[in-house]
Write a protein that binds this ligand. Structure first.
Ligand code: AMP
Length: 522
């Protein structure tokens, strides 16, 4: 699958026309017996990762996964998923990275949109067994190859035989499809090419000063862009360090891993950073190895930034990342004031940033407007989404939808979303996604979902619900019904308020501000 034209970036320092297969082989040769990745049951060297991902190509082919096709991959933080990911990269087969928390409704939408012909998921994760969902998917898409896996899938004894001869995958082919936070209901698919994603991981690794001695903890699901490539496991492997995978992303597991694995750097969303900090206050952990904490995915409040620096006694990197590409962050030597108040500078000097007003004109320095960007690793269109053209300017800039300004020192300060979106501990939810689910319940007449501030999650969802004449449900019944529909847990409203009459604006539209006041005054 052909990705965006990268030829124009041939001369950018650090950019290489290389695909993952070749890079993984290079890592295997250069870093050999060093430990590449550790999970909660095993560890693997760079050489083994190279070999296993080659052998897996054969196994995946025999299991029915085709070269140059699309696979929906619901992965957990296990080494075998990284091995499979690398085997797919070698095959030119494009994985769509999906969180383990997703349920049938979301998976079916993604399969339809991508026309994927395979689905790979764990057998079980966090008490949930994926078999029922697999059967449902198979019923809806009978030709689909469905693989439920655990460590046996990459078992070495079963993989004796010829090593693969891979198809010729090019540097500008699409390597991976990431899911966007989205601004219009369903998530959009972000096609990242081999060379742009490698460049992304490499530049983020340089910004975080990763090296062979680095131990990076992937605290969040590796289906997210940050723990995958900002710098994530890919940036860590680029630098020859060791990536440790946290399986449950829980504060106690994260703190134990930092202590036990002598972790030097990790990436957290602000909410998780706060929870880890609270745990640190009540329990003793030796976190003396930790040099850097990156926070990203959502706005880091200045007070929390200061608390993190004080309590963890390490350098904080304030990062702004998008799965669409652009990553910015403060640098390790930046003054505290920059770290607390800004998201620093783009990781690549080739990133062209502009702040524009609603007419598309650049605003004066220091004034706020929409942040737009063009560069090596930022997409110029979504996959199979012609209607999303409004997210790009005519000259190929990606419109982030974030309000930002550039400071005197050239740092970027992100102020918030231009349009309504709920950023629930880094998980992006469009109010319309929750509204759609609620409106499918036959008892409900009308619904409006808004974001409200929450001291722990940053934001949470609040649904205002109006019932049809003579119908009624209580809050638990609503949540249970949504759960039964197979909606991912974080899209179930955190708060539900019943409404008999909607407050209206002068022109007769539902007055969202007055609705929000109702819950914030309480
Ligand atoms: P995603 O597509 O999930 O990678 O989300 C990207 C979006 O997350 C950005 O467009 C921002 O709205 C938000 N975001 C990420 N990092 C930050 C940050 N440090 N401060 C504020 N918003 C952020």
């Amino acid at each position: 699958m052909k990705g965006k034209n990268l030829e124009q970036y041939s001369n950018v320092t650090g950019f290489e026309k290389i695909a993952f297969g070749e890079l993984i082989d290079r890592w295997g040769e250069v870093y050999g017996n060093r430990i590449a990745i550790k999970d909660n049951s095993r560890e693997i060297t760079y050489y083994e990762l190279m070999k296993n991902s080659r052998k897996l190509v054969k196994k995946l082919r025999e299991s029915g996964v085709k070269e140059n096709s699309i696979v929906v991959m619901q992965c957990t933080n296990k080494i075998y998923f990284v091995e499979i990911l690398f085997a797919l990269f070698r095959m030119g087969t494009v994985p769509v990275m999906v969180l383990p928390a997703y349920r049938e409704q979301e998976i079916v939408k993604i399969i339809k949109k991508t026309q994927a012909d395979a689905y790979i998921a764990p057998i079980e994760y966090a008490g949930y067994k994926y078999e029922n969902m697999r059967q449902e998917i198979k019923r809806k898409f009978p030709d689909m190859v469905t693989l439920m896996i655990d460590e046996h899938f990459t078992n070495q004894e079963e993989m004796i035989g010829d090593e693969c001869v891979t198809t010729r995958v090019k540097y500008d082919d699409v390597a991976i499809l990431l899911l966007s936070g989205g601004t219009t209901g369903e998530p959009k698919l972000i096609p990242r090419t081999h060379a742009d994603y490698i460049y992304n991981a490499k530049m983020a690794a340089i910004r975080s000063c990763l090296g062979e001695e680095s131990v990076y903890l992937a605290s969040l699901s590796i289906a997210h862009n940050m723990p995958l490539a900002c710098p994530g496991i890919l940036g860590t492997l680029y630098a020859g360090g060791t990536a440790v995978l946290s399986y449950y992303s829980s504060p106690d597991e994260i703190m134990e891993l930092i202590e036990g694995e002598r972790v030097t750097i990790t990436g957290l969303v602000p909410t998780l950073a706060q929870l880890c900090m609270e745990l640190l206050e009540i329990e003793d952990f030796d976190i003396s190895s930790l040099k850097v904490i990156i926070t990203g995915g959502a706005r880091l409040e200045p007070k929390l930034a200061e608390d993190i620096m004080r309590n963890f006694q390490c350098i904080l990197q304030n990062q702004f990342g998008t799965a669409e590409g652009l990553v910015m962050s403060t640098s390790l030597g930046d003054p505290d004031e920059w770290i607390i108040k800004t998201q620093g500078k783009p990781i690549s000097k080739a990133d062209k940033i502009k702040i524009i007003d609603e007419n598309g004109q650049e605003v004066a320095k220091g004034k706020s407007g929409e942040l737009i960007v063009r560069g090596v690793y930022t997409i110029e269109s979504y996959y199979n989404e012609p209607k999303a053209d409004i997210k790009f300017t005519e000259d190929g800039y990606y419109k982030t939808g974030d309000r930002a300004l550039i400071t005197e020192e050239g740092n970027i300060c992100v102020l918030g979303r231009i349009q309504e979106q709920i950023n629930r501990a880094g998980e992006k939810i469009q109010p319309s996604e929750i509204e759609e689910g609620l409106l499918e319940l036959e008892e409900i007449q009308q619904v409006v979902v808004v974001a409200i501030a929450d001291h722990l999650l940053g934001q949470k969802s609040c649904a205002f619900v109006q019932f049809k004449e003579g119908k009624k449900l209580d809050k638990n019944e609503i949540c249970n019904k949504l759960q039964q529909k197979g909606i991912v847990h974080y899209k179930i409203p955190d708060q539900i308020e019943f409404i008999e009459e909607w407050p209206k604006t002068k022109i007769g539209k539902i007055d969202i501000n007055r609705l929000r006041e109702k819950v914030t005054i309480k």
